[in-house]
Design a binder for this molecule. Structure first.
Ligand SMILES: Cc1cc2nc3c(=O)[nH]c(=O)nc-3n(C[C@H](O)[C@H](O)[C@H](O)COP(=O)(O)OP(=O)(O)OC[C@H]3O[C@@H](n4cnc5c(N)ncnc54)[C@H](O)[C@@H]3O)c2cc1C
Length: 266
């Protein structure tokens, strides 16, 4: 029988003051702010480029009220990033002239210039070490499952007062496992993965108007979330350009499907 030799993952232990998990716009800003305030900071991100939904990979632009507006402007670290992007990107800020790879590089350059900040890309966090009670992934089995309560998904807090000591992350393409200790962890994974692993309370769905005081909120809390979008880009080629439907595309003949809510679909 042939014996397969599986290469061992290289193990690296690191220690930082602040560990920011996820390098979308929230993580990027949190890491920059922490580093500038004097904390030795590590930004851990599972993609090859920064920006998350606002990166060239997803292309949801940073679109606040003052977005390239003649009378208003974004300030703070987001404003700096937007100015850095406009200084280096010479395409108009419409269509794909904005969130392209120049935008990703503007964020990357800002991070690289920050003396207190280190970055690890292509690195996925997959576990947390807790002060009381080992690894989050092992505790999952004994913690309560998320349940549907009052129409939305809710998991109660399993570990009041507990503290994260370290996160475990894998740089798959470098066959390296990181164990990163920190004094403070900031969860910017977009889906609260670190908080979930640490047994924090979480909830998914839509809050009611009564809870938020927002006039446009739904009157009753529900499990509904935002629908999926597909980002496409069209240009006028000056001649007919037939559209070839991918074989895997799902076709909906009934447009009413898109208007049905989760409750109606049941
Ligand atoms: C189609 C669409 C349209 C939107 N439209 C608007 C809008 O008009 N206005 C508005 O305000 N908002 C809009 N949003 C929402 C907006 O994009 C998000 O609120 C914003 O991107 C959140 O930023 P974030 O940094 O918190 O999360 P994200 O952008 O999701 O970034 C989190 C990052 O963490 C990384 N990550 C996740 N898990 C791990 C892990 N285990 N290890 C390491 N890294 C990890 C992910 O790869 C991701 O890049 C839209 C979103 C979508 C998808």
């Amino acid at each position: 029988m042939v014996e397969l030799k599986v290469p061992m993952m290289k193990q690296v232990n690191l220690q930082f003051d602040v560990v920011v998990c996820g390098g979308g716009m929230a993580g990027f800003c949190a890491a920059m702010a922490a580093a500038r305030s004097g904390a030795r900071t590590l930004l851990i991100h599972d993609r090859p480029v920064l920006g998350g939904n606002a990166s060239s990979e997803v292309r949801v632009t940073i679109h606040g009220a003052g977005c390239h507006h003649y009378g208003m402007r974004e300030t703070g670290i987001i404003g700096e990033a937007m100015s850095a992007e406009r200084r280096t990107n010479h395409l108009l800020p419409i269509e794909n002239g904005w969130t392209n790879s120049v935008h990703d590089l503007a964020l990357y350059d800002m991070v690289q210039r920050e003396p207190n900040l280190e970055l690890t890309l292509n690195t996925s966090i997959y576990d947390v070490q807790l002060e009381q009670g080992g690894w989050g992934s092992q505790q999952m089995a004994v913690w309560p499952e998320a349940n549907v309560d009052r129409g939305y998904y809710l998991r109660p807090c399993c570990h009041d007062g507990n503290r994260i000591l370290a996160v475990r992350a894998r740089v798959a393409n470098a066959e390296t496992d990181l164990l990163v200790y920190g004094k403070q962890f900031i969860d910017c994974t977009g889906d609260a993965l670190v908080a979930h692993l640490a047994g924090c309370e979480w909830r998914m769905g839509s809050e009611s108007r009564e809870e938020t005081g927002e006039v446009h909120a739904v009157s009753k809390a529900s499990g509904d979330t935002m629908g999926n979008s597909i980002h496409i880009r069209c240009i006028d080629t000056g001649k007919p350009a037939p559209f070839e439907l991918p074989e895997w595309a799902i076709q909906y003949e009934d447009a009413a499907f898109f208007l049905r809510t989760r409750a109606q679909a049941k």
